[in-house]
Design a binder for this molecule. Structure first.
Ligand SMILES: [Zn+2]
Length: 256
């Protein structure tokens, strides 16, 4: 079982990093976490077969996390997929995803494979199969947008995840809104803490990591302009802390 960091960039387009996306590969199921703009090309770069993906889950619907979905499904169709695809989606967003695909002319009747939607609720863990269990919780990344009264009818679901893969507990922050979001699963004995770095300071990350005490900290969602400072700051840390931290790069694989 392993994690593949398909993209490790932020919302800002970069020639060095694709938008953030991770593939969780287990023995029986490959779960893609986020599928933003350019995901299909990112798959080619990472050498991943489009049809090896069994399921997709979204942290939220900013374009760097989901708008590649339609293009990815086109690739699956072009590569003659027959196996069903499961889309795990927050219960408020099921129709958004369905409409996005239908309005991209990806009618279920034309695909050649079935898409199963599995709606989920926050704070209620659910199983993908006997290898993968998922717990989602709402974070505050989109909270400031709720002030726009004209759009009060849309969903602002924005999630952090705790993935249990075999014996490993992996906390993936997704995009966050502030330091409190780093503690959503603080009592869960996280082994691998994967955090974004665009909307949160390294100090906040290190403080959270000290309390959560994971064996590995993986930094992702990195804006190119921030990278040299991030490297500099990490190199000032005591060796015992520094050696737990990995700066993700596109294609990075972590064995579980
Ligand atoms: Zn993002």
């Amino acid at each position: 079982m392993e994690l593949t960091f398909i993209g490790t960039g932020s919302g800002r387009a970069s020639l060095k990093r694709e938008h953030s996306s991770i593939l969780i590969s287990s023995k029986k199921f490959n779960l893609l976490v986020d599928a933003g703009d350019g995901i299909s090309k990112a798959f080619l770069k990472a050498g991943i077969d489009f049809n090896s993906v069994d399921g997709i889950i979204f942290s939220h619907l900013h374009p760097d996390h989901y708008t590649g979905l339609a293009a990815l499904i086109v690739q699956m169709k072009m590569y003659n997929r027959t196996e069903p695809l499961t889309i795990f989606v927050h219960e408020e967003l099921v129709n958004v995803i369905k409409n996005f695909l239908v309005n991209s002319y990806l009618f279920p009747e034309r695909l050649g494979f079935k898409i199963n939607y599995e709606p989920f609720t926050i704070k209620k863990s659910f199983t993908v199969n006997d290898e993968i269990e998922i717990l989602a919780d709402q974070n505050s990344h989109l909270t400031e947008l709720t002030e726009y009264e004209n759009y009060s009818n849309i969903s602002f679901a924005c999630l952090s995840f705790l993935f249990k893969v075999g014996e490993n507990k992996i906390h993936y922050t997704g995009d966050v809104g502030g330091r409190d979001d780093l503690y959503l699963f603080k009592d869960m004995k996280t082994d691998i803490f994967i955090t974004e770095t665009t909307h949160i300071s390294l100090d906040d990350i290190l403080n959270a990591a000290e309390k959560i005490n994971p064996s590995k900290i993986i930094l992702t969602h990195i804006t190119e302009e921030d990278e040299s400072k991030l490297n500099f700051d990490l190199n000032q840390l005591p060796e015992i802390v520094r050696k737990k931290i990995i700066i993700a790069s596109d294609g990075l694989k972590i064995k579980l």
